[in-house]
Design a protein around this ligand. Structure first.
Ligand SMILES: [Zn+2]
Ligand SMILES: [Zn+2]
Length: 148
């Protein structure tokens, strides 16, 4: 499956987001771009540390949050227990395994057009619609069968 890669370089993205360009941020962003899927801050930290051994998990967290606020990253979902981020800004939804917490992307077309019907609370501005399909992934459901 090919994903559209953001074409703009980080210096340009930072400038547009009004985020001062730092070496830490540059490395964190490059690391994220090389991590497909939905990494947790801990996973990002483990990779970033190979390039900046002195960096702390707190610094990685802080910068991921700055990226989220600046719109350079997307937060996958707030209710899976821990922060997961992604650079995929193509509209899509998620299949979430309730057992191992694995998150997979599915294209919007596989769910069908979504609409917000009815009146939203006053002042609420929709940024995106994202659906979580909760279930058991193939591995977890075959494990479950095997244990019966
Ligand atoms: Zn699973
Ligand atoms: Zn995703």
């Amino acid at each position: 499956m090919s994903r559209p890669q953001p074409t703009t370089d980080f210096a340009e993205l930072s400038r547009r987001a009004g985020l001062p360009l730092t070496h830490h941020r540059q490395v964190i962003y490059e690391t994220l771009m090389a991590m497909p899927g939905h990494p947790s801050p801990e996973e990002v930290y483990a990779k970033v540390r190979r390039r900046i051994p002195a960096i702390s998990l707190a610094t990685v967290y802080k910068n991921l949050n700055r990226f989220l606020k600046a719109g350079l990253l997307q937060e996958v979902s707030v209710h899976h227990g821990s922060l997961r981020v992604e650079v995929n800004d193509h509209p899509h939804h998620h299949l979430v395994c309730s057992s191992c917490k694995k998150i997979e992307d599915i294209d919007s077309e596989q769910i069908g057009p979504l609409q917000v019907r009815g009146r939203l609370p006053k002042g609420f501005a929709v940024q995106r619609l994202s659906v979580d399909v909760i279930g058991l992934c193939a591995r977890c459901s075959s494990k479950k069968k095997a244990s019966h």
